[in-house]
Write a protein that binds this ligand. Sequence first.
Ligand code: URA
Length: 252
Amino acid sequence: MDSRRLAYLKALDIDVWERRDGSARTSVLPAETLAPVQVRTVQAPPVVALKSALPEDDTGISKLGWEELATAVRSCTKCPLHATRTNGVFGVGNRTARWMIIGEAPGADEDRQGEPFVGRAGQLLNSMLKAIGLAREQVFIANILKSRPPNNRDPKPEEVRACIPYLYRQIELVNPGLILCVGRIAAQTLLDVDTPIGKLRGVVHSIATNRPMVVTYHPAYLLRSPVEKRKSWADLLLAMRTFETLQSGATT
Ligand code: URA
C-alpha cells in the first residue's frame, strides 16, 4: 500500500495494521465486502420512464449538450429555490469520468462558490476518493438539487421533480461506469424508495438504464458519526470492486 493511500486511510480513521517489516494492511473488513458482486435492479425509475413523467416544458433537457445544460441550470427558475440561492450549482469534474458522485443539494459553501462539495463534507469526500486512488478532478460530482434549500432543509418532492431531469441528463452525458451515491436523501430519491440507508448499502443497484450504483453514507453524516467511517470504507471497496469487475467484463 503506498504511503499516500495509507495517510488517507488514517485520515478516515480506518485502522491500519502495521507489520514489523513496515508493510501495512487495513483491518478485517465486514463480510459484505468480500461477497461476490451481485448487481440488483431495484425500483429505480429508468430514464425512459422518468422522461415520460416529465411535464411538457422539461422534455428539452434530455437533448441539451454540456454548455446549454450548464446555462440552463444556472439560470433555472423552475422551482422557488431560485429566489433564495446565490448560485445554481451545476456540478464539477471530468465530463468523461468513469465515476460519478451524486449528493443531495448544495449547502451554504456550495451556494456561495457555485461548486458542489466544497465545505467540510467536501473535504472528507475528497479524502474518501483519494483513499481509493481517485482525485477529485478525475470524477464528476453533482447533486440531486442544483439550488440550496434554505437552512439546508430536505428537498421537497416538487423541487426534486423540477430539478432531477438535469441530473439524469448529466448521467447520460458523463456515461459513468459507476455511480457512488452519498447519503440517504440522494439514495432514496434515485431509487424511489423510503428504505433506510443501512439497507441500501452493501449491494449494487442499477439506475438510469442499467448503470451500477453503490450507496454510502453522506460525508456530513460521517463527520457527525465518525464510527460509521468503517462501513463507508467497506462501501468504497464494494464500489471499486464492482467497477473493476464490470469493466473487465467478468460475470459473477
Ligand atoms: N452536501 C451535498 O449533498 N452536496 C453538496 O454539494 C454539499 C453538501
